[in-house]
Structure formats: C-alpha cells, structure tokens
Design a protein around this ligand. Structure first.
Ligand SMILES: NC(=O)c1ccc[n+]([C@@H]2O[C@H](COP(=O)([O-])OP(=O)(O)OC[C@H]3O[C@@H](n4cnc5c(N)ncnc54)[C@H](OP(=O)(O)O)[C@@H]3O)[C@@H](O)[C@H]2O)c1
Length: 268
C-alpha cells in the first residue's frame, strides 16, 4: 500500500482508506482492509455506525487512523464538544485522529466552530482537524479562523465523472498541502460496472484500461484518483473480496497515456 503525508503533519496515511457510509459488512471487511494497509477508516456521527466501527477495530486501535465527522448542523461551541464526546464514547477510543466538519454551515460563525476544534486539539481528544465539502473560499476562511492549528484535509466528491474540484479546489489544496480525501470514488459502484451500451465511452475506456493493466475497473477508477498528488480515496465495501480488490488499487500507476484516454472518454 502506497502512503502519502497527511497535510504537512509528517503522519503517513494510506492512499486507499475505508469508507463506511451505509456500511453493513460487520467486522471482517474493515479488519481485512487494515491488514492490507488500508488503515484509515472514515466514519461520521451522521453514519450512526461509530459504535460498530469501534467494535471492528477492537484490539487494533494502535494500527488504525480513525477519521470521523461532526454534523454541519452541530457546529456551535457546545454542540461540537458534545458531538466529539459522543463520537469518542461510541468509537470507544481516547482520541480521534482526524476530526472533520462534515459540511459548512453559514449560520454559525466560523470562528466559533474552529475555535472549538482547536480547543479539542489542545485537550488532546483530537489529533488533527479536517473539513469536508468546503470550497476554496470556505477552506481559506476556516483556516483564517484557526491560525494555530492547520486544516490538514478536505473530504470532497471526486471521481472520473465528477471532476469539478480540479478547477480551483484541488490546485489550492495541492499548493497548501491540504490532503484531498476523494469520497464516492467509485461513483457509488457504477464505475465498477461493465458497460451495457456501446455509446458509454467512459466505461468502455475503463474496461479497456483494466484489460491492458490486468486490473479491475474499480482498481483503475481508484488509481485514476490517486494518480493526482495529495489525493487519497475512501471507497466503501461491505464485502471482504471487494475490499481486497479496492486495496489492490494501490502499489502501481496508470501511464500518462492511460490517464489521458480515460479522461477523454469520460468527457465525451
Ligand atoms: N463527506 C461526505 O459528505 C461524504 C459523502 C459521501 C461519502 N463519503 C465517504 O466516502 C465513502 C465512499 O463513498 P460512497 O460509499 O458514497 O461510494 P463508493 O465508495 O464510490 O461506492 C460504494 C458502492 O460501491 C460498491 N463497491 C465497492 N467496491 C466495489 C468494487 N470493487 N466493485 C464493485 N462495487 C464496489 C459498494 O457495494 P458493496 O458495499 O456491496 O461492495 C457500494 O455500493 C463513504 O463510505 C463515506 O465514508 C463522504
């Protein structure tokens, strides 16, 4: 498993992590993923599964990088503190490795939220602070409101069919060492599905590159994301086999020609 640095922290994280939105796979897929080096697990208070994630990593806490999120509707000072406390209890850990703001909320002063995040870092219950679904401007404002603690990551939608972040956000994150965590990197599984119609040029190209490289379509789709500097992926799977498959998206690289062919086909 290839690793990249989280922000400028010196902490190394795997380029393939484990998403858990609508996760119902029990302990085995997560534990197998950790064994294969995908030791970053992404959850959220919204997912209502922090207790099950905590159960799955029992005995493995030291081997796991645990990321969770506070709801965008819980961003007042007391709400953040309460949410963090609840996440710690459900996950059954002393410390959250990465605490992310799930989405921005313009009705709460950003200084109040970021000040509370910094307080959690000072208290030792959170190691690193991240955001999710933040635009470049929102990221700048959030960082400006928390000058002494770096925002190390932004979790955003990114896959071959949704490349909006490439316009502004991704270059900004790359320049400022903010790790981009690509969510829904398989487009909810649709990038792993064989093309049914001839005119589906994107999926056809994906299948073609998969054949050329001896990888699966899912592995090619994930590797396309991580071929961009500073980007990691967090696919979710309930299945041990597909978790193993997704971990196999790391450790090799698409060629520039293959990347160009994929991008051309998905644009058309
Ligand atoms: N911050 C946010 O606002 C936000 C929003 C959405 C998602 N996320 C995070 O990102 C993670 C991933 O996104 P996602 O769950 O929306 O979508 P995804 O990872 O793109 O796709 C998940 C779907 O793909 C299937 N799948 C997984 N691996 C596969 C493979 N190798 N071959 C074929 N199908 C495969 C899964 O089915 P099986 O489970 O049956 O394998 C599931 O139906 C989430 O779990 C969550 O942690 C964050």
């Amino acid at each position: 498993m290839e690793m990249i640095e989280l922000g400028k922290t010196g902490v190394m994280i795997p380029e393939v992590g484990l998403g858990t939105w609508k996760y119902s796979g029990g302990e085995a897929p997560l534990r197998r993923g950790i064994e294969l080096g995908a030791f970053l697990i992404d959850t959220a208070e919204m997912y209502r599964n922090e207790d099950r994630v905590g159960q799955a990593i029992k005995g493995l806490r030291d081997q796991v990088f645990l990321a969770t999120k506070v709801l965008g509707s819980n961003l007042r000072h007391d709400q953040v503190l309460r949410a963090a406390e609840t996440s710690l209890r459900l996950l059954n850990v002393d410390c959250i490795d990465l605490y992310q703001i799930h989405w921005p909320n313009s009705s709460v002063p950003i200084k109040e939220t970021m000040g509370t995040m910094a307080k959690l870092v000072d208290a030792g219950s959170v190691k690193h602070v991240g955001v999710s679904n933040f635009s470049k401007r929102q990221l700048q404002e959030a960082q400006g409101a928390m000058p002494n603690v770096p925002i190390v990551s932004n979790q955003v939608l990114y896959h071959l069919k949704r490349r909006e972040i490439e316009r502004e956000l991704l270059p900004y994150c790359q320049e400022h060492s903010v790790t981009v965590m690509a969510y829904t990197p398989l487009a909810d599984g649709s990038l792993a599905t064989k093309p049914r119609m001839r005119r589906d040029e994107g999926l056809q190209a994906l299948e073609q590159v998969a054949t050329e490289t001896g990888k699966t379509m899912a592995q090619v789709a994930l590797n396309w994301c991580t071929s961009h500097p500073n980007v990691i992926v967090i696919p979710k799977s309930n299945s041990v086999d597909r978790t193993v498959e997704n971990c196999g998206a790391s450790g090799w690289r698409l060629s520039p020609e293959q990347i160009a062919a994929l991008e051309k086909a998905f644009l058309s």
